[in-house]
Design a protein around this ligand. Structure first.
Ligand code: GLY
Length: 380
């Protein structure tokens, strides 16, 4: 059941920290306690008569009241759905859209996407399409959504044929990252986000990669309360923002953000999405680093470094037991980077450096090589 309007209490107001200096054209706030300023931020970046908060039941129970208390009384509505990737469908998009229409939403409405990647992608897609586009403020509540999904304007739903196959680029009006909300996140979900942070180091910044490695013991023992964790999140946002600013619509450079993901998406599909995205990305990064070695792009030792980092983060280093490698290989051909049915990979030359491939930022790799590498990664 929805909480009553203006229920709950915002945290003691603190001064709103400056947004991160990222070149995106919309502000990205990243500071503990900034959840108490979402109302002010919405009034500044997307002033509107109505506010629709879209969330899932789990996240809403923790944080929706805090947001509602800051939004216009009587003109704010909470729309929730069950948690989980299985909700990121055209059917749920239609149901939310119909609910917005029934409530009376119009061009005078701002959407707040409160949740992890599923909520952010789905609410973003509702915003992108509702009356040809409403402003959306992304308020990510998982580490993975903070460092990846909330920034960059990708919105989508899944179809039975694959993830994110229907969607739109729709930049948020603002992104509001409050690392304090990660205190309620289960440890495996936090670890899942660490995979994307490691990825950012591998694709763009060796010293950031080293900083994460140094911080991992504290992160694993103290979770989001680890010293300097907010700065590490901000570091990831900076790396992603720099890439996205240069190539918003993924014509070239942005594909480096897909490092590890061609194989990760294939594994997830074969496992029917019954696994954490970060776990799949961890395996995918080891496999794709090894591909880079096998085709001579990277020197020996890269895959070992990636594997070591993945292991130190408590993420899986072997493929799920019993997985059908031929099925994984077949799924790589459905990747969005594939051309003419041939899979292409965004591959590192070393930690912090990606292969430009003459501006294409993705290289074809023979199936025989991919199959051999997947075989090496197979668990018992
Ligand atoms: N998650 C990859 C991207 O935003 O391009």
């Amino acid at each position: 059941m929805n909480p009553p309007p203006n229920a709950g209490s915002a945290a003691t107001p603190r001064a709103l920290a400056a947004p991160l200096p990222v070149p995106l054209g919309y502000p990205v706030y990243c500071a503990a306690g900034v959840l108490a300023h979402v109302g002010d931020i919405v009034r500044t970046v997307a002033p509107s008569h109505r506010v629709a908060i879209i969330s899932d039941d789990t996240v809403a129970a923790h944080h929706a009241a805090t947001l509602r208390a800051q939004c216009p009384a009587g003109a704010t509505q909470l729309f929730t759905m069950p948690p989980g990737e299985q909700e990121k469908t055209r059917e749920r998009w239609a149901q939310l859209t119909d609910a917005l229409i029934a409530w009376g939403a119009g061009r005078d409405t701002t959407i707040i996407a409160l949740g992890g990647g599923v909520v952010g992608d789905l609410a973003g897609f509702v915003a992108a399409t509702f009356m040809r586009g409403l402003p959306v403020v992304q308020v990510p509540t998982t580490l993975l959504a903070m460092v990846d999904a909330s920034v960059g304007g990708k919105t989508a739903v899944d179809t039975p044929a694959g993830k994110n196959l229907v969607g739109a680029f729709h930049n948020p009006a603002a992104v509001v990252i409050d690392p304090a909300v990660l205190g309620t996140l289960p440890a495996p979900i936090l670890r899942s986000g660490l995979a994307e942070m490691l990825k950012h180091g591998i694709i763009a910044d060796a010293s950031y990669f080293d900083q994460i490695l140094l911080a991992l013991p504290d992160i694993l023992s103290q979770g989001a309360a680890a010293p300097g964790f907010a700065q590490l999140i901000a570091g990831s946002v900076h790396i992603k923002a720099d890439v996205v600013a240069e190539d918003t619509r993924e014509g070239g450079l942005r594909q480096i953000l897909n490092f590890g993901h061609t194989i990760a998406h294939a594994i997830e599909k074969v496992q029917r999405y019954d696994m954490l995205h970060g776990d799949a990305v961890a395996m995918g990064m080891i496999a794709e680093a090894r591909l880079a070695e096998c085709i001579g792009l990277a020197g020996p030792g890269l895959a070992r470094s990636v594997r070591d980092a993945v292991q130190r983060a408590g993420l899986p280093v072997a493929l799920p037991t019993g997985i059908d490698i031929d099925a994984v290989l077949a799924e790589t051909h459905g990747d969005k980077k594939a051309r003419g049915g041939a899979a292409r990979y965004a591959l590192p030359r070393g930690i912090g450096e990606m292969e430009p491939a003459e501006g294409r930022w993705a290289v074809p790799v023979d199936d025989v090589v991919v199959k051999t590498v997947l075989g090496e990664l197979k668990g018992s």
